[in-house]
Design a protein around this ligand. Structure first.
Ligand code: MN
Ligand code: MN
Length: 315
């Protein structure tokens, strides 16, 4: 028996049964003794186009039932050295975005009072602003690896300052992130103006537009980012719409010409060695994901993120 929590094996209990937790890990009611806390933030009231990400955590958990504990490509064995559990969903207020963001920030402050690294399943991308507020309160401004079709740096949307499209302008203004250690990877699509991306670059944000990544392997780019960050605390936020809609159609604001699934794996795997203090995977919208492939991909990318957290041993 391992001293660490283990996912229920598909050889012990049929994959289609058991608890709907991430990878069928134990559901923890306490943070005591946890190294990694996986949680759901089921919310879609910060989105601007298609809704449905409120169902993201439930569906990612369902598709994660097929994951096995060992990473055959990298040797990572997260459940051999870390105590990982699903701590359930945050009790957001679905009638108030503002109140929900406050609940997320307060919940993160409580989680970060312990030693567990939070790994969130969204939810739309607006969840990341209150997360970064709590992260910065603990660690100071962090480096940010932001994989997304969109830069999410609008000033406002319908006069609102806190939406899924304004997150990283607020994070910059509030000093939550180190601007020249902020990497926006996979951005593309049409703009409201020709200058949509230029202003963020003038703050220091480093941009990796999707079209510069087409047909490339991303190990080297990931390794360059890793070296540039060094041993600073870093937060990783992964918007599933960074992938091409051919790979991840179930999302709220799809943009053609995106990353491939292998590129996503290369990029995440290259981050091994960083001092990752938290991560999230956002914008999975199950109503637009009839095959389940988007949630399946999200479940796997979350697993890959867990595999590069500090303290994960390799076999
Ligand atoms: Mn986004
Ligand atoms: Mn996006």
């Amino acid at each position: 028996m391992s001293e660490f929590n283990q996912p229920i094996s598909g050889n012990d209990l049929a994959r289609f049964s058991g608890p709907n937790t991430y990878m069928r890990l134990p559901q923890a009611t306490s943070l005591a003794g946890l190294d990694v806390a996986v949680l759901g933030i089921p919310m879609d009231i910060g989105t601007s186009w298609r809704s449905g990400t409120r169902f993201g955590p439930k569906q990612i958990r369902a598709e994660s039932a097929m994951l096995r504990p060992y990473n055959m490509a990298t040797g990572a064995a997260p459940f051999d050295s870390l105590n990982i559990a699903d701590i359930g969903d945050l009790a957001i207020n679905t009638f108030s975005l503002k109140d929900s963001l406050r609940i997320i920030q307060d919940s993160y402050a409580a989680i970060l009072g312990g030693s567990a690294i939070p790994v969130a399943m969204g939810g739309d991308h607006s969840i990341t602003l209150p997360i970064l507020r709590a992260i910065a309160a603990k660690y100071g401004p962090v480096a940010l690896v932001h994989v997304d079709a969109h830069a999410d740096v609008n000033d406002e949307m319908f006069g609102e300052k806190e939406t899924h499209g304004t997150v990283f302008r607020r994070a910059y203004e509030e000093g939550l992130i180190v601007p020249d250690k902020t990497y926006q990877i996979g951005i593309r699509g049409t703009g409201y103006s020709a200058q949509d991306f230029a202003e963020a670059q003038s703050w220091g944000f480093q941009h990796f537009p999707a079209q510069e990544l087409w047909g490339r392997q991303l190990h080297n780019m990931g390794a360059e980012i890793r070296r540039d960050i060094g041993n600073r605390p870093v937060y990783v936020t992964y918007d599933i719409d960074s992938l091409d809609p051919a790979y991840a159609p179930g999302t709220g604001t799809p943009e053609i010409g995106g990353l491939t699934t292998p590129q996503a794996l290369e990029l995440i795997r290259a981050l091994k060695g960083l001092n990752i203090v938290g991560c999230d995977l956002v914008e999975v919208s199950p109503p637009y994901d009839p095959s389940g492939n988007t949630a399946l991909t999200a479940a796997n990318l979350l697993y890959e993120l867990i595999c590069v957290l500090p303290g994960v041993t390799t076999k």
